[in-house]
Design a protein around this ligand. Structure first.
Ligand SMILES: [Zn+2]
Length: 122
């Protein structure tokens, strides 16, 4: 049984369930169009993971749909890791600004402590 049979795909524009994201013609792949909204079902299948990651960080809902429903497992961990680091940095800055972390601890120990706290809160 292939992975495609287990996991349904969705259109990243409207969330409509689709059977396939692309059709294979001899040596080329052609993206499919959604039955509901008639847009390209998932433009991100042709994009570099880095671009998808940037769009996800810009809170693009299409990029999130691609990652959650249509993407492969590898990128989930990258997104998790980047979000964790950004969250930790924000927490570290907040603690520093509110005077709960001394300036000398901001760069290393404080950041790692915030990262551990974020993992614990997850
Ligand atoms: Zn659609």
């Amino acid at each position: 049984m292939s992975i495609n049979a287990i996991k349904p795909f969705v259109c990243i524009n409207c969330g409509h369930r689709v059977r396939e994201l692309y059709k294979k013609y001899s040596n080329t792949l052609k993206t499919t169009h959604c039955d509901k909204c008639h847009q390209i079902t998932d433009k991100y299948i042709e994009f570099e993971e880095f671009i998808i990651l940037i769009d996800a960080l810009l809170l693009d809902s299409c990029a999130f749909r691609h990652i959650i429903y249509n993407g492969n497992f590898k990128i989930h961990w990258k997104v998790f890791f980047v979000v964790l680091l950004l969250e930790s940095f924000a927490l570290c800055r907040y603690k520093h600004d509110s005077g709960r972390i001394a300036s000398s601890h901001l760069h290393e120990r404080g950041f790692y402590m915030c990262t551990i706290q974020n993992i614990g809160d997850a």
